[in-house]
Design a protein around this ligand. Structure first.
Ligand code: SF4
Length: 257
């Protein structure tokens, strides 16, 4: 409202008040004064500070909420896993379950076999010697460990690091499937024969499976040797690097020659 319009409103209110007084109508002077005061003081203009502009909820970038939502759903699943006792021996012998670690929106997910002693102690996959080698492989790809997701087929350590039984893999498979459904990676890298064969429901050896993409529910899976195997057989590193370079090409990462 312009100053001129405000003046007109104020004048009209004063005239109305005066005619009521003349007609003998009692009125609340304080209320009239308040009305006049309201009429003569323009409402403050909204202050917009571009640097701290608050967007309405609908305009908030939903990409920010996706990791938090996935983080939350993964945390619920991790709590469920922590209470699982389907494999009686594993549940009895474990220090803790080892769920998974990394970016809930990762494009690349590494799936290994099962936790070892270090992982069982720390509750995080791939933290022992083999895990350090995996971290180096990830770095050689030009990625950061926290930007990928890392987990295992089994969430509990088999005693003495024995190979998981088929019944144990079957028991735990549902947890991995749900994990992958939540993360929805663009690529999976299966590390070692157990993970590769279990994910792909294949009886082929890791030597036959490696070096090409396979399908897991629409997600391309590249299989390669487990880092623990590379610690025992360093000559196999060249094959892993070949496989990783195939993966890098698909991920659009710079392949070093
Ligand atoms: S390995 Fe998996 S299915 Fe078996 S007890 Fe642990 S969490 Fe449960």
């Amino acid at each position: 409202m312009s100053d001129a319009e405000l003046q007109v409103v104020a004048r009209s209110l004063r005239q109305k008040s005066e005619s009521l007084r003349r007609a003998g109508v009692r009125h609340n002077r304080r209320a009239v004064k308040k009305d006049l005061s309201r009429a003569s003081v323009p409402a403050p203009a909204p202050v917009i500070t571009p640097a701290v502009m608050v967007l309405p909820a609908a305009a908030i970038d939903h990409r920010e909420s996706v990791p938090a939502e996935r983080e939350s759903v993964l945390a619920d699943l991790a709590r469920e896993v922590a209470g699982c006792t389907r494999c009686e021996e594993l549940a009895r012998c474990r220090k803790q379950t080892v769920f998974g670690v990394g970016d809930p929106c990762a494009e690349l997910c590494f799936v290994g076999e099962a936790p070892g002693a270090d992982e069982d102690a720390q509750g995080e996959p791939f933290v022992g010697a083999a895990g350090q080698l995996l971290t180096k492989i990830i770095a050689a790809m030009g990625l950061e460990r926290r930007r990928v997701y890392i987990c295992n087929m089994l969430k509990c350590r088999p005693p003495g690091n024995r190979t998981p039984g088929t019944d144990e893999i079957a028991n735990c498979r549902g947890f991995l499937e749900r994990q992958l459904e939540i993360i929805r990676p663009k690529f999976i890298c299966a590390l070692g024969a157990v993970a590769a064969k279990a994910l792909l429901n294949s009886e082929l050896s890791i030597g036959r499976l490696r070096g090409q993409f396979h399908d897991y529910r629409g997600i391309p899976v590249l299989c390669t040797y487990h880092p623990a195997y590379l610690l025992r057989s360093p000559d196999a590193k060249k094959y892993v690097w070949e496989d990783i370079q195939i993966l890098m090409g698909k991920l659009g990462l710079h392949v070093k020659t």
